[in-house]
Design a protein around this ligand. Structure first.
Ligand SMILES: Nc1ccn([C@H]2C[C@H](O)[C@@H](COP(=O)(O)O)O2)c(=O)n1
Ligand SMILES: [Zn+2]
Length: 162
């Protein structure tokens, strides 16, 4: 009889946990988002989280959500986790890959996801559902044949001593 462990984490739990772990690197005080891009045969290809571009200091650029001057908000500067994961990839093609992301992609990331050839998006939350950015993403994913599914959270709590 095999002594194999049976309580090991599933692929979905593994990749969403990696995406969430990446999100913990984000300096955004409001939303920490993480992404993990995976090959069809379940190899991690790239990881990303939301943050300012290289050379744009986390200390100097603003993290505010609102200001009368848009240049004093984070929105015009921050690179989203999905785009960072796509841009961080140093291999050949992402064609046919899967994206695990902790927050539903916006319309700008949806364009990049589609153009990169990512075929499946697995998201954990959709707190901005109903906004034009999310609705546009849903329309583009449907038109481009990108499969989108919500991650089915389990009761498992992962604890990692670091
Ligand atoms: N799918 C997404 C959506 C948003 N982000 C980033 C962009 C911002 O840093 C933050 C959203 O900020 P909020 O409006 O919630 O204060 O999350 C992303 O990386 N991926
Ligand atoms: Zn985005």
């Amino acid at each position: 009889m095999s002594d194999k462990r049976t309580d090991y984490i599933s692929w979905d739990e593994y990749f969403m946990a990696v995406a969430r772990l990446a999100g913990m690197r984000s300096k955004d005080p409001n939303s920490q988002v993480g992404s993990c891009i995976v090959s069809p045969d379940n190899k991690i290809l790239s990881i990303g989280y939301n943050g300012f571009p290289r050379g744009c200091s986390d200390e100097e650029f603003p993290w505010s959500r609102e200001d009368e001057d848009p240049l004093r908000t984070k929105y015009v500067y921050v690179t989203h986790s999905e785009l960072n994961a796509i841009l961080n990839y140093r291999g050949g093609s992402l064609e046919g890959s899967k994206l695990y992301v902790s927050l539903f992609p916006c319309n700008e990331c949806a364009k990049a996801i589609i153009q990169a050839g990512i075929k499946t998006v697995i998201y954990a939350e959709n707190k901005y559902e109903g906004t034009p950015a999310v609705t546009a993403s849903q329309m583009m994913f449907a038109a481009a044949g990108v499969e989108v599914r919500k991650y089915q959270a389990t009761d498992r709590v992962l604890e990692i001593k670091v």
